[in-house]
Design a protein around this ligand. Structure first.
Ligand SMILES: Cc1cc2nc3c(=O)[nH]c(=O)nc-3n(C[C@H](O)[C@H](O)[C@H](O)COP(=O)(O)O)c2cc1C
Length: 190
């Protein structure tokens, strides 16, 4: 007889400019394709998360875009509030970030160290699966980063990675294969 193992997974993400939304959707799609049940939510739209609700899940994935080295405030508040649940080993835990630093291979290592490993230590988490994905730098006229942030970012990227960015267009470093691989690794925990 064939037994299929299916997990119920909460997938919550924090985003400031929307770049992380599609990443979370992709992860959700891959998990669903492996027969897992996924509850996908922008953390801004999450209304409470009671003790009873947490018992319904087998795993939780938390992700965030990074701004000035930080996960979103709501995501940090969520983690602080549910620290016991997230660290008692009952739930499988996945963490990911989407950020500018991870636009290159060496950048990914640094982003994992700064925004996952150090962050996990700070919040007392021991994630089962982690990843740092590239993000989006939108220097186009329609950018939602806003004039000032765009100007500062442009200056930083110009200095740190000369010639690597289109300083008037959209720079999208999200790698969908890496994102799928992260989801597949998480799916295999069940
Ligand atoms: C104002 C601003 C500050 C940023 N600061 C950082 C940073 O400190 N480190 C980093 O790796 N990426 C940084 N980024 C890049 C973002 O992480 C990247 O744009 C990501 O895709 C944002 O995700 P979101 O759209 O889901 O918020 C910054 C972007 C902006 C607009």
């Amino acid at each position: 007889m064939l037994y299929l193992s299916m997990g119920k997974i909460a997938l919550f993400y924090g985003t400031r400019f929307g770049g992380t939304t599609r990443i979370a959707q992709k992860i959700s799609e891959v998990l669903a394709s492996k027969d897992h049940v996924v509850v996908l939510k922008n953390i801004e739209e999450l209304e409470g998360f009671s003790e009873t609700e947490t018992k319904m899940f087998d795993g939780i994935i938390l992700g965030s875009g990074i701004q000035i080295g930080q996960w979103t405030g709501k995501m940090k508040a969520f983690i602080t509030k549910h620290k016991t649940l997230l660290s008692n080993g009952e739930l499988k835990l996945g963490l990911f970030v989407s950020c500018g630093t991870a636009h290159s291979e060496e950048g990914k290592t640094k982003a994992c160290q700064d925004y996952i490993t150090n962050f996990s230590t700070e919040f007392g988490l021991s994630p089962d699966v982690t990843a740092a994905f590239g993000g989006i730098f939108d220097f186009s006229k329609k950018s939602s980063h806003g004039f000032l942030k765009k100007k500062v970012l442009r200056a930083i990227t110009k200095k740190e990675s000369p010639g690597k960015f289109d300083l008037n267009g959209i720079n999208d470093f999200r790698n969908w294969e890496e994102i799928s691989a992260f989801a597949e690794d998480f799916a295999e925990l069940f």
